[in-house]
Design a binder for this molecule. Structure first.
Ligand code: SF4
Length: 384
């Protein structure tokens, strides 16, 4: 016979479980907060990095133009013995950033020109960009929104977003809301849950997309609490931003696994950056590791935008097209990103990758195969 002492008290079990979950969350939150605290948070923290006096002075000068922030997890990936290290190139300010060129813009893809209310850009009918914060977990030197991050710079408040929510409510053609910034995943769980709940209360919205560099630069921030904050009615797609296979660490792998297990679709967009990932070998490894190791589909490879002070990191379009062709020949479709240019006047993203159509004569097309041979292809379609 079972004594009553052997029967667990159900309410006690629930309390114990929730206390254990709270402890686990507090532990997870402490881990990423430590990672932020131990990294570079201010210009003065650059003094603690193993830079030469000349490099340090140059970095400090450039950091006055565009903010600096680097979590410890990302700092630890830098090979300080290599001045051209591709991780270093993405986050340590360099004096070239001060050399702005004619033809560069504060707002390279015209976010502001298509902004009917603060913190929202509506460029394409069925989707909007929503900017819950203008702050990031890491500040990338090549960022095309760096002028907004500096000049607006503000974080999240519910009130600041209300006009944007009201705009989405009033536009039934909007099906996708893209949280971008700034980095939305730099916000606290409570703010994310609030934003998600407010958006999912708008019946015509079907998809929530989140553009983030947190799984790359601060993977410890991807916690059970964060995942739970984003779970609800909406399909959620997390678009990560890995630029180099060296960013794919066990911690990033765990972060992506947590997001996948949370039921989110994972895609990646990379920026083509001179001295970081502008060789076919580097891009091939990146794309394969994204898909095979992280389960993240390579989505876009962006041509470098015309952000100020970034000429030293931009390739030519011709170089980008050669890389896209080589990737197409080496990688399966699921590993292949689309090489795109975001047009400066707000014309949207256009593919720049290889076009295999050489000519057309009536219903016969001349198309170059992946082996380089041009073949005739005659269409056969039914006529009414
Ligand atoms: S995380 Fe994104 S928005 Fe923030 S600085 Fe980097 S590229 Fe720009």
């Amino acid at each position: 016979m079972t004594s009553h002492l052997d029967i667990p008290d159900a309410s006690m079990a629930v309390d114990d479980a929730s206390m254990a979950a709270d402890d686990e969350r507090a532990h997870e939150d402490a881990a990423w907060q430590d990672d932020v605290r131990a990294g570079v948070r201010h210009v003065r923290d650059l003094a603690s990095l193993p830079l030469s006096p000349a490099e340090r002075a140059a970095a400090q000068a450039a950091a006055t133009r565009h903010k600096v922030r680097i979590p410890k997890a990302y700092l630890d990936l830098i090979d300080w013995s290599d001045p051209a290290d591709p991780i270093r190139a993405q986050v340590i300010p360099s004096p070239e950033e001060l050399a702005e060129q004619e033809g560069e813009f504060d707002d390279p893809i015209a976010d502001h020109a298509f902004s009917p209310v603060p913190r929202l850009t509506h460029r394409h009918a069925d989707r909007v960009l929503l900017f819950p914060t203008y702050q990031c977990a890491v500040y990338c030197r090549f960022c095309f929104r760096k002028e907004s991050l500096t000049s607006i710079g503000r974080g999240y408040t519910r009130e600041a977003l209300e006009p944007a929510f009201a705009y989405i409510e009033a536009h039934p053609e909007i099906r996708e809301v893209i949280l971008t910034g700034g980095d939305p995943l730099s916000l606290p769980d409570k703010a994310l849950a609030e934003i998600r709940a407010r958006i999912e209360a708008i019946p015509h919205v079907r998809l929530l997309r989140i553009h983030t560099r947190v799984p790359v630069a601060l993977p410890s921030r991807i916690t059970a609490g964060l995942v739970q904050a984003l779970q609800g009615r909406l399909m959620v797609t997390v678009v990560t931003h890995f630029n180099h296979a060296r960013e794919i660490t066990p911690a990033a792998e765990a972060a992506c696994r947590t997001l996948r297990q949370g039921g989110f679709v994972l895609l990646n967009q990379s920026v083509l950056l001179k001295g970081v990932n502008d060789t076919v070998e580097v891009l091939e490894e990146l794309c394969r590791e994204l898909m095979y190791r992280l389960g993240v589909k390579p989505y876009y490879l962006h041509h470098g935008d015309l952000a100020r002070g970034m000429a030293h990191r931009r390739t030519t379009i011709h170089q980008g097209q050669a890389l896209a062709s080589a990737l197409r020949a080496r990688l399966s479709g699921i590993c292949n990103p689309v090489y795109v240019l975001d047009l400066p006047d707000g014309g949207g993203k256009v593919p720049l990758g290889p076009c295999h159509v050489e000519a057309r004569d009536g219903e016969t097309w001349r198309i170059r195969g992946q082996d380089g041979e041009v073949r005739a292809y005659t269409e056969v379609v039914g006529h009414p």
